[in-house]
Design a binder for this molecule. Structure first.
Ligand code: ADP
Ligand code: MG
Length: 383
C-alpha cells in the first residue's frame, strides 16, 4: 500500500510539473507569436519605429523559454554537459566578487579554500551556476543579514560514509555553502529538491534551483546533501568525484562586441535536418564573410567531407535522420580529413552519441538555443 501511495504521489507530481510547464510555455509562446504578428502588421503599415519594441519583447520571451528548458533538462539529467578538469578553488575565487555583490552588504561572506585541493571533472559553467544558486538561497534565508561561508575540501569517503551518501567509496572534493539563516524544517528538507517546490512568495521563488543542482551533480557522478536545523542555519554540500589529472586553465570568455569577421575563402559545412536552423546559421556565416555549404543529413554531409572542397570547420547537429548521427559523420569525415574541426550544436539528451561528454581534441559543443553572437565567436575562435 505504501508503494502504491508513493507511486500515486509521483504521478501527481509529474502531472503538476507537466501542467505548470505547459502553462509557462504557452505564456512565453504567446509573447513570441504576438510580437511577431504585431511586428508584421507594423511593417505592413510602414511604422518601422515601433518594431524594435516587439523584437525586444519576442527576444525576452524566447530567452525565458530557453532558461526554462535548460532547467528542466538539468533536472532530467539530460543536459549536454561539457566536463573539464576543474580547479574548484580557482572557480570559487572567480565567483567571489559576484557572490559578495549578490549577498548584499548585510551578509558577511567568507571563503575557505582547502590547500592541495584535488581536481574534479565537471562542467565549470554549471558548477558556477550551482554555486550562485546556493548563495542566492543562503541570502534569501538571511533577510536580516548574517554569515555566508563557501568552503572547499578533499574528502575520503569510506564504505559507511559513501553508503550514507549513495556514492562509491573513494576520494571526493566537497564544495559547501553555509548560512546562519532560518534553517529548514524536516518537512521542507524532504521536499527541497523537488522541482517547483518553494516556500518563497509568488513570483520570487521558482523552486527549480535545488532540483537543477541535484540533477547536474548526479549527472556528474556526485551527490548533494543538506545539513540544516530550524533557526540555526543551513549547509548544502556538493560532493564531486576526484579527477586524476591536472586542471585546465579556464578558457577566456568570448569578447563581447561586434562578431569577428572571416578571412577570405574560409568555408564552413553546416549539417542540420531542421531547415530553419540551417538557414539561420548560414545567414550568420554569410554575414560574417564565411562561405557556407549546407547539408540536411549525415550521408550528404559525408559526401561533402569526402570531396576535395575546402572546409575549415564542420558545424553539425548531433541527432540527424538517415541512420548516421553527427558524431559518426564527423568521425568518418576525419578519416580523410584528420584533425577536422567540429562544432556540435545540440538540443539535449545526446551525451551518449557525443561519447558521454568526452570529446576528442578539436571537437566542441554548443547547446541550442544559442545567440548569434556566441555562435559567431565560437566559429571564429575554432577556425
Ligand atoms: P527557490 O529558491 O526558488 O525557492 P530552490 O529549489 O532553490 O527554490 O529551494 C527550494 C526551497 O528550499 C526554498 O524555497 C527554501 O524553502 C528551501 N531552501 C533552500 N536553500 C535554503 C537555505 N539555505 N536555507 C533555508 N531554506 C532553504
Ligand atoms: Mg533557489
Amino acid at each position: 500500500a505504501e508503494e502504491a501511495l508513493r507511486q500515486a504521489q509521483k504521478m501527481e507530481a509529474v502531472g503538476q510539473l507537466t501542467g505548470g510547464l505547459a502553462h509557462d510555455f504557452n505564456n512565453l509562446l504567446t509573447g513570441i507569436t504576438g510580437s511577431l504578428e504585431l511586428m508584421s502588421a507594423r511593417i505592413a503599415q510602414g511604422r518601422y519605429g515601433d518594431v524594435d519594441r516587439y523584437v525586444a519583447a519576442a527576444q525576452g520571451a524566447a530567452k525565458r523559454a530557453a532558461a526554462l528548458t535548460h532547467r528542466l533538462l538539468a533536472f532530467s539529467r539530460r543536459q549536454t554537459l561539457d566536463p573539464k578538469p576543474t580547479d574548484v578553488n580557482r572557480l570559487v575565487r572567480g565567483m567571489e566578487e559576484l557572490v559578495r555583490r549578490t549577498a548584499g552588504p548585510g551578509v558577511a561572506v567568507e571563503v575557505v579554500e582547502a590547500g592541495g585541493l584535488w581536481s574534479v571533472l565537471v562542467d565549470p559553467h554549471q558548477l558556477e551556476n550551482a554555486l550562485l544558486n546556493l548563495c542566492i538561497n543562503a541570502r534569501d534565508a538571511m533577510p536580516d543579514g548574517g554569515r555566508l561561508t563557501v568552503e572547499t575540501a578533499n574528502r575520503w569517503l569510506d564504505a559507511a560514509a559513501a553508503r550514507e551518501r549513495d556514492l562509491a567509496p573513494g576520494p571526493y572534493v566537497s564544495l559547501c555553502v553555509s548560512d546562519s539563516g532560518t534553517g529548514m524544517s524536516p518537512e521542507v528538507m524532504a521536499k527541497a529538491f523537488d522541482p517547483f517546490f518553494t516556500t518563497k512568495p509568488m513570483g520570487q521563488g521558482t523552486g527549480l534551483g535545488l532540483s537543477m543542482i541535484y540533477g547536474f551533480v548526479r549527472q556528474s557522478g556526485g551527490q548533494v546533501r543538506i545539513y540544516s536545523e530550524l533557526g540555526q542555519g543551513t549547509t548544502l554540500c556538493l560532493y564531486l568525484p576526484r579527477h586524476r589529472g591536472a586542471a585546465e586553465a579556464p578558457e577566456a570568455a568570448p569578447e563581447a562586441g561586434a562578431a569577428p569577421r572571416a578571412r577570405v575563402g574560409e568555408t564552413v559545412l553546416i549539417v542540420d535536418d531542421e531547415p530553419t536552423v540551417r538557414m539561420l546559421v548560414t545567414e550568420v556565416l554569410e554575414d560574417l564573410g564565411y562561405a557556407a555549404i549546407e547539408a540536411a543529413d549525415g550521408a550528404s554531409g559525408l559526401t561533402v567531407l569526402h570531396s576535395d572542397v575546402r572546409i575549415d570547420l564542420l558545424v553539425t547537429d548531433v541527432g540527424l535522420p538517415g541512420g548516421m548521427n553527427g558524431r559518426q559523420m564527423a568521425d568518418a569525415g576525419r578519416v580523410s580529413r584528420p584533425g577536422l574541426k567540429v562544432l556540435f550544436i545540440t538540443g539535449y539528451a545526446e551525451n551518449a552519441a557525443l561519447g558521454g561528454g568526452r570529446l576528442e581534441p578539436g571537437m566542441h559543443v554548443l547547446t541550442k538555443p544559442f545567440s548569434v553572437d556566441v555562435l559567431a565567436s565560437r566559429i571564429r575562435a575554432m577556425i
